[in-house]
Design a protein around this ligand. Structure first.
Ligand SMILES: Cc1ncc(COP(=O)(O)O)c(C=O)c1O
Length: 482
């Protein structure tokens, strides 16, 4: 990919697309933001979209579509069974992953449900580089447990390691020895890793994990939901990928796996998902669960319009100029915050810019959910919706005690091609203001706490009147500004 230089010497990411459809945004005044936050139980999932200025909650299902994706949706072939659009999607998957068999599902967690139901038995253990919330929940609900095998250094937010998503191979070998291969239904590779800052895994590490699994006859499974960002980092940071095209890297990655599943809300820039399988035996063993839980085998819960958009989106994933936009905007935001001394996860990964809440507000204890508290504060400061990725995103231990997360991150997701650079600058500005006023931020406590995936619908309240104080300080500093 050629770099476009500015005559001024400025180094900013340049959009290789133009905006042709826009959506009007609203920024409610700070007092209204505090009111909306309290009505939502300090859970940003429960806010109304109209109360949000910059929605940096997620990159899931909210990426900007291309003109070609939109055009393909109009032309989709509507049929309950045998839709031409489905076969076009299947053919695209066969082309880019060289996996012959495909099962459609309505989104990533639906794939996880089908996979866990089919392969995980009580007492099983699933090793992975790092867990994802819904993945872990499905494995646990089927009687299994997960172990995380990234190196201890990968959990240090401020680092120069280009592949913090890599498995620690010694940990993998030792775990297989301890657990016994017969209790390991598969090793799950997440490329890149959502909960530790969108950090990538290298091709070399994937190949080494595959060799260990082959020695022990263990199946290899890839969660490819964030693969497009990971491919970008492989091309940029890994010597052996430098001279390969994105398509070649994708094929090399895929060749290591027996099963690949993905959320097409990310991989494919649309909405949906699916499971790609290497053998007919695997496909046969799972197809009935698709018709039971998702829909007929030629749609699996997706609309034909979305399937058409995924097919085009997957093709566009092969274009370095398309997949570089997200990581480059994220890198810009990470670098600008880092320059100001604000603690962020480094090096910049995919998915979003991650603030290190443990360092941002060290005075808030893990039991008062520092990352969630910082998300609430950021919404008050700028109408920006981020996502908590820390203790609140963990469920409690079976004995009811808190499972304190190893990292407390606030993810400011960067949905692809959605925000302009001035909007990113606004987010940087409001985070800088919060950093200057960080001693005002306090913790949160639950008022309603669900047992599973509590972060989605749980409700919380501030432990003191810190939010009123933050609003007051905002008015003093910004006067009549929104
Ligand atoms: C790595 C990873 N796996 C699985 C999922 C679940 O996908 P979905 O939200 O489509 O259910 C996500 C969603 O964020 C993800 O990031």
């Amino acid at each position: 990919m050629k770099k476009i230089k500015f005559f001024s010497g400025k180094e900013i990411p340049l959009e290789m697309h133009k905006v042709r459809i826009v959506q009007k945004l609203f920024l409610p005044p700070v007092e209204d933001r505090q009111k909306a936050l309290n009505e939502a139980g300090n859970n940003l999932y429960l806010l109304k979209n109209n109360d949000i200025f910059l929605d940096m909650l997620t990159d899931s299902g909210v990426n900007a579509m291309s003109d070609n994706q939109l055009a393909s949706m109009i032309n989709a072939d509507d049929a309950y069974a045998g839709s031409r659009t489905y076969f076009e999607l299947e053919a695209k998957i066969q082309e880019i992953l060289e996996m012959k068999f495909f099962l459609p599902a309505h989104q990533g967690r639906a794939c996880e449900n089908l996979i866990a139901k089919r392969f995980v038995k009580p007492g099983d253990v699933v090793p992975m580089n790092y867990h994802f919330t819904t993945t872990k929940a499905h494995i646990v609900i089927n009687g299994g447990r997960v172990i995380e095998l990234v190196s201890d250094d990968s959990l240090i937010p401020n680092s120069t390691d280009p592949f913090k998503g890599n498995f620690d191979l010694n940990k993998l070998r030792n775990s297989i020895k301890e657990i016994g291969a017969e209790h390991i239904p598969f090793v799950r590779v997440e490329a890149g890793t959502n909960l530790i800052g969108g950090q990538p895994i290298s091709l070399e590490n994937i190949e080494a994990v595959k060799n260990i699994c082959r020695e022990h006859g263990i199946m290899m499974l890839l969660d490819a939901s964030l693969l497009q960002d990971n491919l970008y980092f492989m091309k940029l940071r890994e010597e052996k990928c430098r001279d390969l095209s994105i398509k070649e890297i994708m094929l090399k990655v895929a060749s290591n796996f027996d099963i690949i599943y993905f959320s097409a809300r990310k991989f494919g820039f649309a909405r949906g998902g699916g499971i790609c399988l290497r053998t007919k035996e695997l496909w046969d063993s799972m197809k009935e669960t698709v018709t039971l839980y998702e829909g007929f085998l030629t749609y699996g819960g997706m609309s034909v319009r979305e399937m058409a958009a995924i097919t085009v989106g997957l093709d566009e994933t092969l274009d370095m100029e398309v997949i570089s936009q997200g990581p480059q905007f994220i890198e810009y935001m990470v670098n600008e915050l880092d320059k100001r001394g604000i603690p962020v996860v480094k090096p910049a990964g995919g998915l979003g810019c991650h603030l290190d809440a443990m360092k941002f507000i060290p005075h808030v204890s893990g039991k008062e959910y520092p990352a969630a508290a910082l998300c609430s504060a950021l919404y008050i400061a700028g109408g920006i919706r981020s996502m908590e990725r820390g203790t609140l995103s963990e469920d409690r231990n079976p004995d009811g005690s808190e499972h304190l997360a190893s990292m407390e991150l606030v993810r400011c997701a960067m949905p692809r091609r959605v925000f302009t650079l001035s909007q990113v600058d606004y987010a940087i500005d409001r985070i800088t203001w919060l950093w200057e006023n960080r001693e005002l931020i306090g913790g949160l406590r639950f008022t309603e706490e669900p047992k599973t995936l509590r972060f989605f619908v749980g409700r919380l309240e501030p432990v003191s009147n810190w939010q009123e104080k933050l609003v007051k300080k905002f008015r003093e500093d910004f006067q009549d500004s929104l």
